[in-house]
Design a protein around this ligand. Structure first.
Ligand code: NOJ
Ligand code: CA
Length: 718
């Protein structure tokens, strides 16, 4: 009887909404999107989860630079619907397979303009964990070229929710996060603005970046982002904080225009993830699923990589990237063979060999060497078009000898291309640069885009720069080169289509611990935000937290405990993981370093055991091609104890657990390097409670027990 009433009510509800409203339900029926046209022909949508609106009625459309805009006066031509369900295998990832299951609705609209008609499709894909929708302009007689003045996609919030945000900025994402109510963003904005960029590239006192994590007043987790941003400017969100409505805000080009379009074409997907729990946000594959399948025919040369680097010593200020002193010479006239070395150049033959020896002895795959090439002296903050040529080594870096030496020890060198933001200069030299890599056996490049973009006036996240980053990825693929681009645009899942894009920075990385510090809650937010679009080269693994011990004039402290650093190899998913500290700092704690040596970088299964953005994350992952599991837990600036149940392990099997935990008196400010290692046997029926200090964490490796382990006792955490 009850059931009868329920379905009758549903029937009436859908009958009432018939008319202009087009409804699409998710495969599990819990989420629905309703499309409608207002009286003046403005397209709108709302999003309903478990019978309650989570995105209120929001307008869709774009303002054009010339003539009538794509905002209203639309009529519905027809709606087409379909369903899709597939399971695909990523080349690398958090899980061996990913299910891509959605219902789709394409709404074809027409609009009269200049005595003619044009058409635009709004395509919705509705998943159990969220929606993606995009604008499409099919090939048509009277509408081909257009310039976008602004995209006006709204996301109307239903309450004064909590947001985890960084400022909207056309040139940098390297900010600390703020957690506050939507209505407080305006007040908190000045505290986080980067004064170097504020004048040019921060556009609004209520502008924020995506992926934007939100927790509603009802405790639902929303996440607004975009997927497959190709030939289009990166989207920011600007909040109308009286009405709590976000509107898209695209990155402009040097003229202030926001997109040059030629039909047939489409926008990226605009995405709203809707999740009942924080762990469900971390489980979501919405962004990857909305990207096109892999375009590369042969992916056998792409591989997850654990690496060290001649890097942290420059970041901390102990040594330099440049061979001579900064600003001492002019690249156009310098004779490097005769230039006076400054005596602090890290990428020299002896030092690189020392790192190669250490990295190969401890099972790493690659060694990044920055500062290997000429040009750093000439990079003096002045916007010069030509700084680097990407092919000429410094006189003390013997490129042939060092690559041969590395290969003889079973590792590869990793290339570094700092572009100094000059995209054209990089494109001019790209073929020669990638060919040089092929010649010497490099198969991975870390690229970087520090400084204002050249051509002058362009921004890091405009359509033009976005096209450059993809061009570099495609050219690299031709050369079988994996790319890890720093300061490039924030990822939108393109690594599904181009799996040689193994990493990006695009957020505040560990380097900021050497530039003054980062709040401990940072690593409990990044997986909700930055990592939604793809892996981050976060560069964890710092073991010496007092940086004055590394570089005498660096007074920064790393705001993290040593066990927090270990946990990041599990909580911050990436197929590219660095052990960022110096060999001599690892030598002080070889028992803890064992975890970094052991931890896998590619996974067949991942489980988020507990999470709350801004507070803590606990993740367990199973290595691909093996039976070992690894667990990591991180906390914010609060100490806490969390339970870990081993029920993800194979039933009836014994595992040797090695637990790396903060000591009881550990603390990121007073005793960051204090830890306790405990070993014992566990089965799927066991559980432990683990302490995390302020800014702390824990890491666990779980290895199936062999004969020799039989005498081990059951794991007991004191
Ligand atoms: C900034 C990058 O994030 C860092 O990793 C790199 O070392 C420097 N740029 C120099 O290229
Ligand atoms: Ca950076």
């Amino acid at each position: 009887m009850k059931k009868f009433f329920f379905s009758a009510a549903l029937l009436i509800a859908s009958a009432l909404s018939m008319g202009a409203v087009e409804t699409l339900n998710s495969p599990d029926g819990k989420l629905s999107v309703n499309f409608d046209l207002t009286a003046d022909g403005t397209p709108t949508y709302n999003l309903v989860y478990n019978g309650k609106e989570v995105v209120a009625t929001s307008r869709l459309g774009l303002e054009l630079k010339k003539g009538k805009s794509l905002l209203n006066d639309f009529s519905l031509v027809r709606t087409t619907r379909s369903s899709f369900d597939e399971t695909w295998e990523p080349v690398w990832g958090e899980t061996a397979t990913i299910r891509n299951n959605y219902n789709e609705m394409a709404v074809r609209l027409s609009q009269p303009f200049d005595g003619k008609m044009r058409e635009m499709i709004i395509r919705f894909r509705l998943y159990n964990d969220g929606v993606g929708f995009r604008y499409e302009w099919p090939e048509q007689k009277d509408f081909t070229y257009f310039v976008i003045k602004e995209e006006r996609t709204e996301f109307a919030m239903t309450g004064d929710h909590t947001a985890y945000w960084i400022p909207g900025d056309y040139d940098t994402q390297e900010y600390d996060y703020t957690v506050c109510r939507l209505s407080e963003i305006r007040k908190d904005m000045p505290k986080v603005l980067n004064p170097d960029n504020a004048s040019t590239s921060v556009f609004s006192p209520t502008g924020v970046q995506t992926a934007l994590q939100i927790k509603t007043v009802d405790g639902v987790y929303l996440n607004i982002h975009e997927a497959a941003c190709i030939n289009y400017a990166t989207m920011h969100l600007n909040l109308d904080d009286k009405n709590l409505v976000f509107t898209s805000w695209l990155t402009p080009d040097a003229r202030g225009d926001k997109g040059y379009m030629m039909a047939p074409c489409h926008s990226p997907w605009r995405t709203v993830m809707v999740a009942p729990t924080a762990t469900a946000v971390l489980d979501s594959k919405l962004i990857l699923n909305l990207n096109e399948p892999c375009k590369l025919k042969d992916t056998s040369w792409i591989h997850p990589t654990k690496y060290m680097g001649v890097w942290w010593e420059m970041i901390t200020g102990k040594s330099t990237w440049s061979y001579t002193d900064f600003n001492a010479v002019n690249l156009d006239s310098i004779d490097y063979k005769r230039a006076k070395p400054n005596g602090r150049h890290a990428a020299n033959n002896d030092n690189v060999k020392r790192y190669i020896d250490f990295a190969s002895a401890h099972g790493f795959d690659q060694l990044l060497v920055e500062g290997w090439n000429i040009g750093w002296e000439d990079w003096i903050g002045f916007e010069k078009d030509y700084v680097f040529d990407f092919v000429t080594p410094n006189p003390d870096f013997d490129i042939a000898m060092l690559n041969n030496y590395a290969h003889s020890k079973g590792i590869k060198l990793m290339m570094h291309h700092e572009t100094s933001g000059s995209l054209r200069n990089y494109e001019r030299h790209m073929e020669a640069a990638y060919s040089l890599m092929n010649k010497y056996g490099y198969d991975a490049v870390k690229s970087g885009y520090v400084g204002n973009i050249l051509p002058r006036g362009e921004y890091h996240y405009g359509q033009w720069a976005n096209n450059h980053y993809l061009y570099a990825i495609e050219q690299a693929a031709e050369h079988h080169i994996m790319v890890n681009a720093h300061e490039a645009t924030r990822p939108t899942g393109l690594c599904r289509t181009y799996p040689n894009l193994v990493g990006n920075e695009s957020a505040r990385g560990t380097e900021y611990q050497a530039f003054g510090g980062t709040m401990p809650h940072h690593v409990t937010i990044l997986p909700f935000t930055r990592l939604q679009g793809g892996p981050m080269d976060y560069t964890p693994g710092i073991f010496c937290m007092d940086l004055s011990k590394v570089a005498s004039d660096n007074s920064s402290k790393v705001n993290s405990t040593l066990c927090n650093q270990l946990a990041l190899y599990v909580t911050m998913y990436s197929p590219l993981q660095m052990a960022a500290d110096l060999p001599e700092n690892y030598e002080r704690y070889m028992d803890a370093f064992q975890f970094i040596k052991d931890v896998a970088v590619d996974w067949s299964d991942s489980r988020y055991l507990a999470a709350e953005p801004g507070e803590y994350i606990v993740a367990a992952r199973k290595e691909k091609g093996g039976e070992r599991w690894f667990v990591g837990g991180v906390t914010n600036g609060d100490a806490r104890t969390l339970p870990v149940a081993f029920d993800f392990l194979d039933a009836g099997k014994k595992y040797v657990a090695t637990v790396y935990a903060d000591a009881k008196d550990a603390d990121y400010q007073t005793a960051p390097e204090k830890y306790v290692i405990t070993k014992g046997l566990v089965t799927s029926k066991d559980a432990v409670k683990l302490f995390m200090a302020r800014g702390g964490g824990f890491a666990i490796s779980l290895v199936p027990a062999g004969e020799a382990d039989k005498k081990l006792k059951r794991l007991k955490i004191k």
